[in-house]
Design a protein around this ligand. Structure first.
Ligand code: NAD
Length: 376
């Protein structure tokens, strides 16, 4: 049976944060990180809560790619607070941490008689779409585990472009390529549908039209708003259609070598498109046709399928170059000896990653290893 799930209310555009002034609650638990405090974004939230007479406590210890230990710490503090409102303010790491804490406290505990708090996600990067997905990515040792449950979906997502103005250029590039990867992988996924296609196509178009402007001028609020919307739209697509092996490979690479998630995707994406399309052969896979369709929608040269796939790959690489992104895994500081030493472990993780089954082309260990080597 097919389904397409749309959960959170989405408040978007300039002043979207003012939606907080419409919320009734007694006590809010704010999950965030130190950067949100430093850049004054946490104050923007606190100010609006105070106007409503809502008391709050702040947990600002989340770090990029959160580990299980930070979830356990967050659980202990949140459990003592009895919040009826949880606000996740930050990038995907913060939102994922809040999701995992809520899941652990309210869904898995048989003894919890307390009602699940109202959950508001406020993304401050335009990348993961976590504010609308039923996923949470948590690290255990050097492996990224993907927790999947609709219980974690926020009730409200607030997309205010002002909150992403402070994202530095390199993180704008990383997170923007994550959006592109979500949309591309959802579009060719084995679980794609008319519904997810519509969203994925729009997200791809928005990324190619606006990401470079965000990178060049982070204060361009028009471009920032478009990319913030694109991130959320791509999230809606992939929470339904799932993803593919760019993500499987990137989860393992990021977990082992601490490469930011979006950058890891950007390093692998073009090679995976070529693989899925079967570019080494006659290029007649279903994925190849889908990539060529997208190329046409982007007005790239695509007089036949092969040309469409090649144009799309070139457009990805040009965008990466324009944003001065690393040209290979080696350029992120990973040395070849360490890379080779961890290759088998990464291949094993990628093979069992939850994104692998929906990749449009079957893949084996040898092929995953080859994709890593090509991307090095
Ligand atoms: P992030 O949340 O790790 O943040 C990256 C850095 O940017 C951090 O140092 C953070 O403090 C800083 N930052 C965030 N917002 C800022 C702002 N407005 N101004 C200045 N600095 C800011 O990065 P991310 O790419 O958003 O999230 C990555 C995580 O999300 C990874 O763990 C990844 O695996 C996961 N992820 C989750 C999903 C999902 O559906 N749940 C999807 C994709 C990725």
């Amino acid at each position: 049976m097919n389904q397409f799930l749309m959960k959170p209310r989405v408040q978007f555009g300039a002043n979207a944060l003012d939606y907080l002034s419409q919320i009734n609650a007694q006590h809010a638990f704010i999950v965030t990180d130190k950067a949100m405090v430093k850049f004054g974004l946490a104050d923007e939230v606190i100010h609006r809560l105070s106007q409503q007479g809502i008391s709050f406590s702040l947990y600002d210890d989340v770090v990029p790619d959160p580990e299980i230990s930070s979830i356990v710490k967050g659980m202990k503090i949140m459990d003592s607070q009895y919040p009826d409102l949880v606000i996740a303010l930050g990038g995907g790491s913060v939102i994922d941490a809040a999701k995992a804490v809520i899941y652990s406290l309210w869904h898995t505990r048989q003894d919890s008689h307390r009602a699940k708090p109202h959950f508001v996600a406020i993304p401050t990067t335009s990348g993961t779409g976590s504010e609308v997905t039923s996923f949470s990515v948590i690290k255990s040792n050097s492996e990224k585990l993907v927790l999947v449950d609709e219980f974690m979906l926020p009730d409200v997502a607030i997309l205010d472009p002002v909150l992403v103005k402070s994202v530095p250029a390199a993180i704008t590039a990383d997170t923007g390529m994550d959006v592109l990867c979500h949309a591309l992988e959802a579009y060719v996924s084995r679980s794609a549908s008319d519904f997810s296609d519509a969203l994925a196509e729009k997200a791809v178009q928005l990324v190619f039209a606006h990401l470079i402007d965000c990178y060049r001028d982070g204060s361009n609020l028009v471009a920032r708003e478009k990319m913030h919307n694109a991130s959320c739209i791509a999230g809606m697509a992939f929470t339904n259609a799932s993803l593919g092996i760019t993500h499987s490979l990137a989860h393992a690479l990021g977990g082992v070598f601490h490469i930011p998630h979006g950058r890891a995707n950007a390093l692998l994406m073009a090679q995976v498109v070529a693989f899925n399309a079967g570019l080494e052969g006659c290029c007649e896979t279903n994925a190849a046709k889908r990539y060529a369709d997208l190329a046409r929608k982007l007005n790239l040269p695509a007089s036949n399928i092969r040309e469409g796939v090649e144009s799309l790959i070139m457009a990805i690489n040009v965008l990466k170059d324009e944003m001065n992104m690393p040209k290979g895994i080696h350029a992120t500081g990973v040395n070849e000896t360490d890379f080779n030493a961890r290759l088998g472990e990464m291949v094993g993780q990628a093979l069992r990653d939850s994104c692998t089954p929906t990749n449009p082309r079957d893949v084996n260990e040898k092929q995953l290893e080859a994709l890593y080597r090509q991307s090095f």
